[in-house]
Design a protein around this ligand. Structure first.
Ligand code: SF4
Length: 333
C-alpha cells in the first residue's frame, strides 16, 4: 500500500467534469517522485499533463502564474490545504493523507508526557484523520485533551509551517503538546507558538522525541539577529513573489519606518529566498522578510546576514517587547 492517498479517482473525476485539456501538477518535494505516474493517468484521459518541477513548500506557492503562462485549465496541488481566498484558475487540492498507524508512537510518547496531565494535540493535514485515535489513546492514559479550532485553517488541530492559530487557541488550557507527524519543523513551530513543551509522535519512523534543544537554539539566535540588525545602516526588505507570500504594503510600511529611523532601506522582490541570492548584496547588513516567515529563521546560520520576520523587526524598533515575541508572537498568527 502507498503511504499517501493521492485520490486518483477524485483527480480523474475533476478532469472529466471540467473537461480539462491541460493540467498542471504541483507536488511538494517528498511527493514529486509520484508525478510521472500521475501524469500517465491524466494522459490516458486525453488531457495534457505538465509537471511543475520547481520547489513547492506550501499552498502559498500555488502555481497560478505558471499555469497562466502554460495555458493550463486546471491546477492540481498536492500535499496542502487551500490558503488563497480566490484562485484565478480552477484548482484541485489533494491533501495526501498518510496511511500510517499512530498507535505505537503515541503510546511511546506517553513516557515523555508523564509529567503533564493536560495535553494539546496538533498535526499537519497528512495526519488530521489520526487525531481522534490519538485523542482516545491519551484519554485512556488518563490525560485531558484539547484540540484547538481558531477557524483560520480547514481542520481543528491542523498546523502549517506558518499558521499555529489552532495551537494558540488552546495553549492556556494545556501543559504540553503532542504533535503527530514526521520531522521537527512543525513541532518546533508548535513549541515556539505555544511556549509549551512539545513531544513528537512520528508515525513514519515510529519514534518519539522532544524539540526543546532546537527551540532554545532558535530563540538565542533570534536574539542575536535582532541585536545585530539594530546596528545595521543598510537594510533590505524582502517582498516574496510567491502568490500567497506577497505583502507589498507591509514591506512598504516597514521601509517607511526604517527611513524614519535613519536607515537606508531597499525593497527586494524575489521568489526563492536563499543564502546565495542574498549574498549578491554585500552592502546590505540585515533583512526584514515579509514573505515566508520560516526562511532564515530555522537555519539562520546558513544566511550571511540576519533575516528578521516583521514581528522581530517590531522588537528591533522597540514597538513590541522581546517577552511578547517569546510568548508565541513569532509568526504573527
Ligand atoms: S509561507 Fe512558508 S511556512 Fe507558510 S505555508 Fe508557505 S512555505 Fe509554508
Amino acid at each position: 500500500m502507498r503511504i499517501f492517498d493521492l485520490e486518483e479517482e477524485k483527480l480523474k473525476r475533476e478532469i472529466m467534469k471540467l473537461e480539462a485539456k491541460k493540467v498542471l501538477l504541483q507536488l511538494p518535494e517528498g511527493l514529486k517522485p509520484e508525478a510521472p505516474r500521475l501524469a500517465k493517468l491524466i494522459q490516458k484521459l486525453g488531457a495534457m499533463p505538465i509537471i511543475s518541477a520547481d520547489p513547492c513548500y506550501g499552498a502559498c506557492d500555488l502555481a497560478l502564474q505558471d499555469a497562466e503562462a502554460l495555458g493550463a485549465d486546471l491546477i492540481v496541488h498536492f500535499g496542502h490545504t487551500k490558503m488563497l481566498k480566490h484562485e484565478r484558475i480552477p484548482t484541485l487540492y489533494i491533501e495526501a493523507r498518510a496511511n500510517l498507524n499512530i498507535e505505537k508512537p503515541v503510546k511511546k510518547a506517553l513516557a515523555l508526557l508523564k509529567d503533564y496531565k493536560k495535553i494539546g494535540l496538533a498535526t499537519t493535514v497528512q495526519h488530521i484523520h489520526m487525531l481522534e485515535n490519538a485523542k482516545e489513546l491519551l484519554l485512556e492514559a488518563d490525560k485531558t485533551v484539547a484540540v484547538g479550532d481558531a477557524g483560520c485553517l480547514p481542520y481543528a488541530g491542523q498546523v502549517t509551517g506558518c499558521n499555529y492559530s489552532n495551537v494558540k487557541a488552546v495553549k492556556k488550557e494545556v501543559e504540553a503538546f503532542l504533535f503527530l507527524g514526521g520531522g521537527r519543523f512543525h513541532a518546533i513551530g508548535v513549541e515556539l507558538a505555544s511556549g509549551k513543551p512539545t513531544v513528537v509522535a512520528d508515525p513514519y519512523e515510529k519514534r518519539t522525541f522532544t524539540v526543546e534543544k532546537e527551540t532554545k537554539r532558535i530563540i538565542s539566535q533570534r536574539w542575536a539577529a535582532i541585536e545585530e540588525a539594530k546596528e545595521a545602516k543598510n537594510i533590505g526588505i524582502i517582498i516574496g513573489l510567491k502568490t500567497g507570500q506577497k505583502r507589498t504594503e507591509e514591506a512598504e510600511k516597514i521601509r517607511e519606518k526604517l527611513v524614519k529611523a535613519g536607515k537606508n532601506a531597499f525593497l527586494l522582490a524575489l521568489r526563492e529566498i536563499t543564502p546565495e541570492t542574498l549574498m549578491q548584496f554585500p552592502t546590505l547588513e540585515a533583512y526584514v522578510n515579509t514573505a515566508c516567515p520560516r526562511v532564515g529563521f530555522d537555519e539562520a546560520s546558513k544566511f550571511p546576514k540576519p533575516v528578521l520576520t516583521p514581528e522581530a523587526f517590531a522588537v528591533m524598533l522597540g514597538e513590541k517587547s522581546w517577552e511578547k515575541l517569546c510568548s508565541g508572537g513569532w509568526f504573527g498568527n
